[in-house]
Design a protein around this ligand. Sequence first.
Ligand code: MN
Length: 195
Amino acid sequence: MEESPTYVQPRLPYANNALEPAISALTVDYHYGKHEKAYIDNLNHLIKGTEYADMELEDIIRESDGALFNNASQAWNHIFYFFSFSPDGGGEPDGELRKAIDLQFGSFEQFKKDFEEAGTKIFGSGWVWLSRDQDGKLFISQKSNAGNPLTDGLTPLLVFDVWEHAYYLDYQNRRAEALHKLWDIVDWDVVSSRF
Ligand code: MN
């Protein structure tokens, strides 16, 4: 009998076309349906029968390298990315997260500008992250390829994917515009709960 996989791709909490026009249904079909799925399938294949099979995904990310790190981190990053959005998203954060953003970046508008610029300037494929440290201090970090601030001891709050597969079908080479449109769908309730 076939063993069930360790990691099951979580279903999206919205329809594939629900994030339009920021992200098209076609992009979700490929990005969630093919790319994210492949990373999770590869992860399951790589950990099967190894010491990693019983580890938490976050610990695999912290303690592996090479193909296992790449697939584990890409699986985690994509799940985190797609659960950061909602068709009812957009607007502005409030509460403690908003206070921290205003304190750290001067204003919400300035934070968005800094975050977009950091994402636009990543050379090649990667991710731009908002994270916090143990004291609640916020960090914007640029990560190449599968990078994740968990390996820096930080707690991720929000991420935008700057791999071309995330935006090329909808925006071609216009990465800055693709990132800018994502503010319309960010679920600040989810981001705040991570804070
Ligand atoms: Mn991606």
